[in-house]
Design a protein around this ligand. Structure first.
Ligand code: NAD
Ligand code: WQD
Length: 342
């Protein structure tokens, strides 16, 4: 039985594609909008192949309100999950206007159209980046946010404010902000995964590219942090677990449960892992060596952050279920699939 139609913006991307699969498998109809600025159309075919369901796809830029408006007329959406955004921290420092333009205008267009067409539910991709360098660990949703280090991070903080204000102002509008920690991994089918452009910024794609031989060695940014082994600590969350968090958020909206018009949830595992621990765990899980060297810290990095996930557990009934080993093996299988390695 179909549960409703969801507009998934950025649905050809890493997290959006995995979420589209989980939504379809949970009985939702999905309409994907993506301008393919950081993804490929073949991902749409892969989603259809995994789910055995044809997928409605429109190559539309969410900053183009007219084009989006046509889709809101064409389809009766029950909710929106808004992934579409640029996400490269360094690029946002070099070209802030590109980030403010894309990430904020896309969101404002979506919210305006939702109000105009009376589509009252939105799930938004926020980020642990809103916490900055936290004063307490693990971070809860009540931990104060700190001024973000990058224009990218600021777009997430501003987006949260824009959504919060809108949910307060427009009767019936409901929002769930999911603050993702560090997503990694790939779908167990091996058909979708992360597609970083050029040299990856993120740790796990850099590890798998080094393991497969595309990169000579991994630079570990910082060995002098105040952590047990000196490397920085993060909360690495499996992308399928993360995708499933969107499904439970959708169920919560559908059933009308919720404590306020705008709710916030941390989506992580609740466990911090250091860069060195993750590299060694990858080596153990896959049996493949990753040459690395510890170098200077990377500008703008926080020392350590991991999530308190009890709110998501208590309110959404959601918990990460996949082990780090399992997810590292999935990331490795995906890398080998991309490079045609057995
Ligand atoms: P991604 O780049 O793989 O996916 C984003 C998708 O949005 C891409 O397919 C891109 O082509 C599309 N897009 C960008 N601008 C668009 C526009 N104006 N109109 C239509 N499509 C557009 O990134 P991802 O890792 O899947 O991230 C999804 C969301 O989650 C983003 O909002 C990102 O900021 C957020 N997030 C990501 C991470 C992470 O580490 N991957 C962590 C926290 C939050
Ligand atoms: C993880 C750790 C690096 C690469 C970023 C964004 C954040 C969010 C998730 C979107 C850090 C270290 C990395 C490498 C390394 N994205 N590292 N060598 O920086 O925690 O978060 O992605 O919202 O906003 O800032 O993730 O994967 O880049 O780094 O040593 O080649 O790995 O220094 O400690 P990060 P990451």
């Amino acid at each position: 039985m179909e549960k409703g139609t969801i507009l998934v913006t950025g649905g050809a991307g890493f997290i959006g594609s995995h979420t589209a699969v989980e939504l379809i498998e949970a009985g939702y109809r999905v309409v994907i909008v993506d301008d393919l600025s950081n993804s490929q159309e073949s991902v749409i075919e892969a989603i259809a192949e995994i789910t055995h369901t044809p997928v409605d796809f429109y190559e539309v830029d969410c900053t183009d309100k007219e084009a989006l408006n046509e889709l809101f007329f064409k389809h009766k959406f029950n909710a929106v999950i808004h992934f579409a955004a640029f996400k490269a921290v360094g690029e946002s420092v070099e070209n802030p206007l590109m980030y403010y333009h894309n990430n904020l205008l896309s969101l404002i267009n979506i919210l305006e159209l939702m109000v105009e067409h009376e589509v009252m539910n939105i799930v938004f991709s926020s980020s642990a980046t809103v916490y900055g360098e936290p004063d307490e660990l693990p971070v809860t949703e009540a931990t104060p946010t700190k001024p973000a280090h990058s224009p990218y991070g600021k777009t997430k903080q501003m987006a949260e404010d824009i959504i919060r204000d809108s949910a307060r102002a427009y009767p019936g509008l409901r929002a769930i902000l999911l603050r993702y920690f560090n997503p990694f991994g790939a779908h167990p089918s091996g058909l979708i995964g992360e597609l970083p452009r050029g040299v990856p910024n993120n740790l796990v794609p850099f590890i798998t590219q080094t393991a497969v031989g595309i990169r000579k060695e991994l630079s570990i940014f910082g060995g002098d942090y105040h952590t047990p082994d000196g490397s920085a600590i993060r909360d690495y969350i499996d992308v399928v677990d993360l995708a499933q968090a969107h499904v439970v958020a959708m169920e919560r909206m559908r059933s009308g449960v919720g404590k306020s018009a705008c709710e916030v949830f941390n989506i992580g595992t609740g466990q911090g892992l250091s860069v060195l621990e993750l590299v060694h765990q990858f080596e153990r899980a896959t049996g493949v060596k990753v040459p690395y060297r510890v170098v200077e810290r990377r500008a703008g990095d926080v020392e350590q952050i991991w999530a308190d996930t009890s709110l998501a557990a208590n309110e959404l009934g959601w918990k990460a279920t996949r082990s780090t080993d399992q997810t590292l093996r999935a990331a490795w299988a995906w890398e080998k699939h991309l490079r045609g390695v057995k």
